[in-house]
Design a protein around this ligand. Structure first.
Ligand SMILES: Cc1cc2nc3c(=O)[nH]c(=O)nc-3n(C[C@H](O)[C@H](O)[C@H](O)COP(=O)(O)OP(=O)(O)OC[C@H]3O[C@@H](n4cnc5c(N)ncnc54)[C@H](O)[C@@H]3O)c2cc1C
Length: 375
């Protein structure tokens, strides 16, 4: 239980969602720090506590090795025996494995490579410079931590989602929640495929509620380079379009903040929050390097923070597409009696966050109950 929060996270990780947003059906955070951010250990405890209060018959340490369709339902093979069930809910998560581009194979052997599943703390890396690849939540957090430990850090930046930690005096995720942006439904989203692939926002949960955008990282001495495009003769080649990438992220952030402002005015909340704020544009480095010699010794280690992917190798039902994603319509999988929960924008924008499960589960389980004829 809470396996990924115990085994697959780095030591300093905290949730980027505030404590009050960690809610599961029938369980709310009731501790002393509703605006704080849980450590990985606290998340594991929260989930364990939920297992107790929900009274669900949880079996821990059991691995599902196969699910196949038979006899009007599913035969499930586990490390602890066989189960037959008319329905199965796939809640195995979207982040079972790190997603690393094939570029990794062209990196000289002298450079140590880690993914976020293997990374725990800066002391684990060999002395020297670190190239962090990916500037979403994980990448910016690890770049900041590695830089703080005194190492030279280069951050390779592709498409990203910029957000301030607080806006008009409130946590930015309060705005996402209160304004209804997070509740936008999957069938209202303009480009669902894109929305489901959107990188995580550049946010970190710290007691000081600091904003961790690229300006903050550059000010801390992190060198920004473009998207890693290729390796040639032991050299990493980066795209040159940083200006465009930065202005797109700035523009999207401005638009989102504008949506918050409109909502606050329309709903009469302007008096309860601070005045509208606008943030400095992301500064483009004067001459971003376009290549880096990986064999020179400058870079001792690469940390791949290039996202995660699900693992459905155990699912022996033809419902996984060529890209390894589960085919489903709002959590209803195209195989009778098979359902999914906990995937990006499954039924609403908040689906992949802890607070997203409650409404999604109610709707998906409603469908399941109708399928079984018990509602
Ligand atoms: C790095 C990171 C940071 C995150 N930060 C936040 C945050 O700040 N706030 C927030 O609300 N959410 C956050 N999330 C998302 C959140 O942790 C959950 O992933 C999400 O809520 C979905 O929950 P889940 O239980 O569906 O999936 P998961 O949490 O991924 O759990 C799936 C479980 O299924 C198990 N499993 C997989 N395959 C099998 C199998 N074949 N047999 C048996 N068990 C299997 C896994 O081991 C895992 O324990 C973060 C996720 C990651 C990866």
């Amino acid at each position: 239980m809470a396996n990924s929060w115990r085994r697959e996270r780095w030591d300093s990780l905290r949730l980027l969602t505030p404590n009050w947003q960690s809610r599961l059906p029938g369980l709310r955070y009731e501790g002393p720090d509703p605006d704080g951010y849980m450590t990985a250990g606290e998340v594991a405890e929260f989930i364990e506590h939920f297992a107790k209060v929900s009274g669900a018959p949880v079996r821990t340490g059991v691995n599902v090795t196969s699910v196949r369709q038979a006899d009007g339902g599913y035969h499930v093979t586990t490390s602890d025996g066989e189960i037959f069930s008319r329905t199965v809910v796939v809640a195995s998560g979207a982040c079972n494995q790190p997603s690393v581009p094939a570029l990794r194979d062209a990196v000289p052997a002298s450079v140590e490579q880690l993914t976020t599943f293997g990374y725990r703390h800066p002391g684990q890396l060999p002395d020297g410079g670190v190239l962090v690849v990916g500037a979403s939540a994980t990448g910016v957090q690890l770049a900041a931590e590695l830089r703080q430990s005194g190492r030279p850090v280069t951050l390779s930046v592709g498409e990203h989602v910029r957000l301030p930690r607080t806006y008009r005096g409130r946590d930015v995720l309060w705005w996402m929640d209160a304004s209804g942006v997070w509740d936008q439904r999957y069938d209202e989203v303009e480009d669902l495929t894109r929305a489901r692939r959107l990188p995580s926002p550049q946010l970190v949960g710290t007691p000081e509620r600091t904003t961790l955008d690229l300006n903050a990282l550059a000010a801390a001495g992190v060198e920004l380079v473009g998207r890693w495009a290729a390796v040639r003769d032991g050299r990493a080649l980066f795209s040159g379009g940083l200006r465009n990438v930065f202005s797109l992220a700035d523009l999207k952030m401005e638009r989102l903040l504008g949506t918050f402002d409109e909502w606050a005015t329309a709903e009469g909340h302007d008096g309860e929050v601070g005045p509208p704020e606008r943030f400095a544009a992301t500064r483009v480095p004067e001459s971003a390097r376009l290549q880096l010699d990986l064999a020179s010794g400058e870079i001792a280690a690469i940390v791949w923070a290039t996202g995660f992917r699900p693992d459905y190798q155990w699912l022996d039902v033809p419902v996984v597409d060529a890209k390894g994603q589960l085919n489903h319509e709002g959590g209803v999988v195209a195989s009778p009696g098979l359902y999914a929960l906990g995937l990006p924008v499954l039924r609403r924008r908040r689906s992949t966050f802890i607070s997203g499960i409650e409404d999604d589960a109610r709707e998906v389980i409603g469908h399941l109950a109708r399928y079984l004829g018990i509602s």
